[in-house]
Write a protein that binds this ligand. Structure first.
Ligand code: ZN
Length: 120
């Protein structure tokens, strides 16, 4: 079971990859989407903080099933990182920072190419 921070970083990284590959990084909501993607990656672990018994059981059911991989490989990360490794979390954070740099660079180039932006 990976740390929540690793899942968050994987969610942000996955979202950034999708935005960069599809060219949607140009959209004005793209920075917000990365934040939402981070929470999407953590979503199967929400059973740790929800108090309602029925909802907790439902979320745990999804959490223990490979279908949880739609949350940016949540199931796979939990299975292969069963020791809750700090190095896996560190690797996910490094990947996230690198992709954030690529995202910022791509958006800066997009804004610089726009004559309206340069003229104020
Ligand atoms: Zn989990």
């Amino acid at each position: 079971m990976s740390m929540a921070l690793a899942h968050f970083a994987a969610g942000v990284s996955g979202t950034l990859l999708i935005l960069l590959v599809t060219g949607w990084y140009k959209h004005h909501l793209a920075p917000h989407a990365t934040f939402v993607g981070g929470f999407w990656g953590v979503l199967p672990d929400i059973h740790h903080i929800v108090s309602d018994e029925y909802i907790t059981e439902l979320i745990q059911l999804v959490h223990r099933h490979p279908v949880a991989d739609i949350f940016f490989l949540h199931y796979t990360m939990d299975v292969y990182d069963s020791s809750n490794s700090k190095w896996v979390t560190f690797g996910c954070l490094v990947l996230m920072v690198l992709l954030l740099c690529a995202f910022a660079y791509a958006r800066h180039r997009k804004l610089s190419d726009n004559p309206c932006y340069l003229n104020g």
